[in-house]
Ligand binder design. Structure first.
Ligand SMILES: [Cu+2]
Length: 162
């Protein structure tokens, strides 16, 4: 830009020098254009290479992103939730509908028998061990679950009509 102003100034003042300076400036302009062209080509190449890398990385990231949940889904199937744990000291409320499967666990720190009234099921429990119950909820009503020897209610089983 500044060079154009100089050229104009030279052209205005000296006619002889004008041709020389015009010739020089043309040569300079050609050199400049050549350099600019080289820079442009290099820039395009760099951008193309960088763009290619970005694209590759994006594709890689995308495939990783899509692969991970799929792998996780196949590796960890949804685990069935553990049945509720009943422990002495409180009355745990268990609620089911007729046709369900009643599932619960009992853990006690004493040896006793877990008695499910109504269904009249009894299972021994060892100190610090867990006993698991699983039976069809085919009798509706509200029933006591107790530690038989201790005479302590530890849960209330409610089965509603389905
Ligand atoms: Cu009982």
């Amino acid at each position: 830009m500044g060079r154009l102003t100089d050229e104009q100034a030279i052209a205005a003042n000296e006619h002889t020098d004008r041709l020389d300076s015009a010739r020089v400036s043309r040569a300079q302009r050609l050199t400049f254009l050549a350099i600019a062209a080289v820079i442009a080509v290099v820039a395009v190449l760099v951008l193309a290479v960088a763009g290619g890398d970005d694209e590759q990385e994006a594709t890689r990231a995308q495939s990783t992103a899509t692969a991970t949940p799929g792998a996780a889904a196949t590796e960890t199937p949804t685990p069935e939730p553990a049945p509720p744990l009943v422990t002495p000291g409180k009355v745990t409320k268990l609620r089911f509908e007729q046709g369900d499967t009643v599932r619960f666990r009992v853990r006690a720190d004493v040896a006793d028998h877990v008695h499910v009234h109504g269904y009249d099921l009894m299972k021994d429990v060892e100190p610090g061990k867990t006993v698991t119950f699983s039976f069809p909820a085919d009798i509706t009503g509200i029933f006591e679950i107790e530690l038989e020897d201790a005479g302590e209610q530890i849960a209330q089983l409610r089965v509603d009509p389905g």
